[in-house]
Design a protein around this ligand. Structure first.
Ligand code: PA5
Length: 450
């Protein structure tokens, strides 16, 4: 089970930049009130529908995966919450998936999550499009990048396979609304994202689960992990609930200690994409009305050699959240070679997992000694079960922090304006005024150029 150690957030251990039990305790009422909103779930806010995902029926996902079985490749088209979650699952549960010969019986997986033509060209030159199943994911069914890629791919597959083309696509979208749903109604296979599950909270819906099934991951394990995390993160015992404590600590640090940045540093390459997923979850959910903290994605030990100097001696504006994996699932004992060299002899006999975990522990303490608040989330191993816990834990922490900040953690009003201006530029009907705005702005932009 996931654990949280917040000793190095406390004044008792790191001095005056830490917080106190009394301060945390003073937050109990507010925290339990926020928790009751989560437990009341959808009654209050449709955005909380993600809390029901751990109990969903995954039969449709399994059926969709079966339709694609036998194909050589799986290509996922999506962006933001419709791509980052599946990418995390792939990298955490099947690292270097396409490079591993033992995975040959599984499809190779490609994720196209941008409108960059070079990336699409590279993907298309790496696979045989006739042997590829394509999962188009868009909750709204109208995100330009995803829809454009879908149109390009559909045209290609149709030219090659004719009427069979439709059978190669699975559309994952809203159960009722949007153009993808309309297309699905005309006979293309589809999966549904429940209406109240926003993109960045959708990883444990069909969005992430189809990819999980396709790569042979333990889909039930992911959901079981989330269910157990739900039990743990909705407990009313204030001092036993890691989600409440993490959210309260981050909020207090932001409100009272001027900590504006929260760094997430998992000590596992397999969680590098998790850092990116977390950044989107945190940014789009909490960056509103002049409030929020800036998330900062990182990975250990790599970023010790890139960022830690700044965290140690730079502005005192960060909270660092470590993720520690006790058992990495593989190990190499450092052998007895190259005798007589000081930089090598002490390493002999240790495992690489011992080294990465020692570096994690040492960095926690180094920061604490410099009065830099940090806390550590520990998981025993990085399997589907514990990944499910991590996803769910951070989703609950984000929702709680949103309630503490008194903003709606489930909308993203300001992403929309950029979308509208793009629609104008690309000639979408009804957005002519937006095109005019961009064209007029070009004049302003011509003043200061070199
Ligand atoms: O979290 C969100 O709501 C967004 O990041 C969306 O996931 C992203 O904009 C893609 O939207 P859609 O799934 O509608 O294509």
């Amino acid at each position: 089970m996931l654990g949280l150690n917040f000793s190095f957030m406390m004044a008792e251990t790191i001095g005056e930049t830490g917080t106190t039990e009394r301060k945390l305790e003073s937050f109990r009422g507010k925290a339990l009130e926020a928790l009751s909103r989560i437990k009341g779930a959808m009654a209050e806010m449709p955005g909380l529908e993600f809390t029901r995902l751990p109990w969903q029926d995954i039969t449709p996902v399994k059926e969709a995966a079966r339709r694609l079985s036998g194909l050589e490749n799986f290509l996922l088209l999506g962006i933001g919450g419709s791509a980052l979650g599946p990418k995390c699952i792939l990298e955490a549960l099947s690292p270097l998936h396409n490079q591993r010969p033992d995975k040959r019986q599984r499809p190779k997986v490609f994720i196209y999550e941008n409108a960059d033509p070079c990336t699409l060209e590279s993907i298309l030159s790496s696979l045989d499009i006739n042997k590829t199943g394509i999962n188009v994911i868009s909750k709204s069914g109208g995100t330009s990048e995803t829809i454009a890629a879908f149109m390009v791919l559909y045209d290609l597959v149709e030219k090659s396979l004719g009427k069979e083309a439709a059978g190669r696509f699975i559309l994952t979208t809203d159960p009722e609304k949007g153009d993808l749903r309309r297309l699905a109604a005309k006979g293309m296979a589809s999966l549904s994202i429940p209406p109240g599950v926003g993109g960045r909270y959708s990883v444990l819906s069909a969005v992430g689960l189809l990819l999980a099934e396709v790569i042979g991951a333990d889909t039930e394990g992911l959901l079981r992990g989330a269910r157990d995390a739900h039990e743990r993160c909705t407990r009313e015992e204030f001092w036993e609930n890691p989600a409440i404590l993490a959210a309260v600590l981050i909020f207090i640090m932001q409100r009272d200690e001027g900590r504006k940045i929260d760094v997430l540093i998992p000590y596992s390459d397999r969680l590098k994409s998790f850092s990116e997923w977390y950044c989107q979850l945190w940014s789009e959910s909490l960056g509103k009305q002049g409030r929020g903290l800036t998330p900062y994605p990182s990975v250990g030990t790599t970023d010790q050699h890139s960022q830690v100097q700044l965290w140690m001696e730079g502005p005192r504006d960060k909270v660092v959240i470590f993720i520690r994996v006790e058992d990495h699932g593989a190990d190499f004992t450092i052998p007895d070679v190259f005798g007589g060299y000081e930089s090598m002899s002490f390493l002999r006999g240790h495992g690489l997992s011992g080294l990465i975990n020692a570096e994690e522990e040492a960095t926690e303490l180094a920061l604490a000694k410099n009065q830099r608040p940090n806390m550590t989330i520990t998981i025993p191993s990085l399997d589907a079960y514990h990944l499910g816990q991590l996803f769910y834990f951070f989703e609950i922490v984000t929702a709680l922090t949103g309630f503490f900040l008194e903003i709606n953690p489930f909308d993203q009003p300001s992403v929309e304006e950029g979308k509208r201006l793009t629609f104008g530029l690309m000639g979408k009907k009804g957005f002519e005024d937006k095109k005019k705005e961009v064209v007029e702005a070009r004049d302003k932009k011509s003043c200061y150029k070199v």
